[in-house]
Design a protein around this ligand. Structure first.
Ligand code: CMC
Length: 396
């Protein structure tokens, strides 16, 4: 291989240096800028976490107010963008709409192409963080044929998103504060996760000095798949399937172990965590609280009970033990989203809305690094050796 190594799936390659997020997968540790995720989940809020990830420090009160005001200021989408969202097929997947709309923002903010100017980078980052909830909620409104709801800048980040999702012209949606807090927690827990597939995609795309809107659009595309951000949607499909089938949970655990069956327990296993994902621990606790808010006998309790039984059986099973397969963040987050009233096809969209700050933090870190170079992986060539061209009339 000469001077490079063969590492499919980047199992053992550090693609960059980064000071943003630390993970120790064996011990189950996650920290943003040095702060344990448990402390941020307990004491912080999404806007503060955004500031921390982007700028490296927790904000003072005045820094936080200024940042929140800037994000609020940029929540609106250009009216032409509204028509653009409205032009998609009614049954388009909201992730497909999001990939397209975020990419199209590059056409609206051509000035963002000047990626060497830190002020331009910062403005693009604020615009993206602010506009993602609007794009997300409008993609949903479009899919159900309801009028788009404009942002209400008197509301906080999570509350404003719920307002744009669920308000209708005749009635403003006013969520229980505990529901708003649960959504804010989900946003915090999904805000960054170092060099995962989508973040690496953003870095790779951005390394050619492309527009940040194009780079983030590429990241959204990467997040979409069921092995990455699409897993939260797949978990709920799996749990609902188990509940409706009437089969015992053990049956699904056995299927996941069967190497002739492609079936996997969704929300289980992680490339980096070989221990309990710390985000899953936090979110399972929040799950109880949200279901308590909804009161006795709600339909999601059965999903939570099934998830807990699945976890109990799998964690005792030699197959899962030998491979260090534990629940990941997506195992419980979907139950909360479902209980909040978020439809399944919006789960990954919400993941993207939360993760955009992580993608942008990595993009800003890379663009600010004077030693950064265009990413250019090599390959292990397995094709033909040199051969002679054959004319069309001589091919069989
Ligand atoms: N159910 C059953 N077996 C599994 C599972 C699972 N969920 N996950 C991994 N395995 C087995 C796999 O078959 C393999 O077995 P063997 O060694 O006998 O061939 C072994 O465990 C290692 O798996 P891998 O696929 O080589 O591991 P990976 O690091 O390439 O994949 C993963 C990690 C997350 C893609 C995988 O665990 C998976 O598909 N999990 C289900 C999907 C999921 O929950 N994804 C969300 C990830 S967290 C959110 C995010 O970061 O986006």
């Amino acid at each position: 291989l000469g001077y490079f190594t063969f590492d499919p799936g980047f199992m053992a390659t550090a693609s960059c240096e980064s000071a943003i997020t630390f993970i120790d997968g064996d011990k189950g540790i996650l920290r943003y800028r040095g702060y344990p995720i448990e402390q941020l989940a307990e004491n912080s809020n999404y806007i503060e976490v955004c500031y921390l990830l982007l700028y490296g420090e927790l904000p003072t009160q005045s820094e936080c107010d200024k940042f929140a005001a800037s994000i609020t200021h940029h929540t609106m989408l250009h009216e032409a963008m509204r028509r653009f969202v409205g032009a998609f097929r009614h049954d388009a997947h909201p992730m497909a709409i999001m990939v397209g709309v975020v990419g199209a923002l590059a056409a609206f903010y051509g000035d963002a192409s000047n990626v060497h100017d830190p002020a331009v980078r910062e403005l693009a980052a604020h615009r993206l963080i602010a506009k993602m909830p609007t794009i997300a909620a409008w993609s949903y409104k479009h899919s159900i044929g309801e009028p788009f709801v404009y942002p209400d800048n008197n509301l906080g980040f999570a509350a404003n998103f719920l307002h744009m999702m669920f308000s209708v012209p005749s009635e403003k949606y006013v969520p229980d504060p505990r529901i708003v807090k649960a959504l804010d927690l989900i946003l915090i827990l999904h805000a960054d996760h170092e060099q995962n597939a989508s973040t690496s995609t953003v870095r790779l795309t951005g390394s050619s000095e492309a527009s940040p809107f194009a780079a983030i659009s590429a990241g959204i595309g990467s997040l979409w798949g069921p092995s990455h951000g699409g897993a939260n949607e797949a978990v709920i499909r799996m749990l609902e399937d188990i509940v409706h089938s009437g089969n015992p949970v053990q049956h699904y655990v056995d299927r996941a172990k069967d190497k002739d069956d492609r079936y996997r327990l969704m929300g289980f296993g992680h490339r980096v965590y070989k221990n309990y994902d710390p985000r899953a621990r936090i979110i399972s606790k929040a799950c109880y609280e949200v279901l308590e808010t909804l009161g006795e006998g709600n339909e999601y309790q059965q999903l939570l009970d099934t998830a807990m039984e699945l976890e109990r059986i799998a964690l005792k099973d030699d197959y899962f033990k030998a491979r260090n397969l534990y629940p990941n963040v997506d195992f419980y987050s979907g139950i909360i989203l479902r209980a909040i009233g978020i439809p399944l096809n919006m789960f990954t969209v919400i993941f993207a809305m939360a993760r955009v700050v992580g993608w942008l933090s990595h993009w800003m870190e890379m663009m600010g690094d004077p030693n950064a170079r265009i990413s250019r992986p090599r390959q292990l060539y397995t094709g033909y050796d040199e051969r002679e061209y054959v004319g069309l009339d001589k091919r069989s």
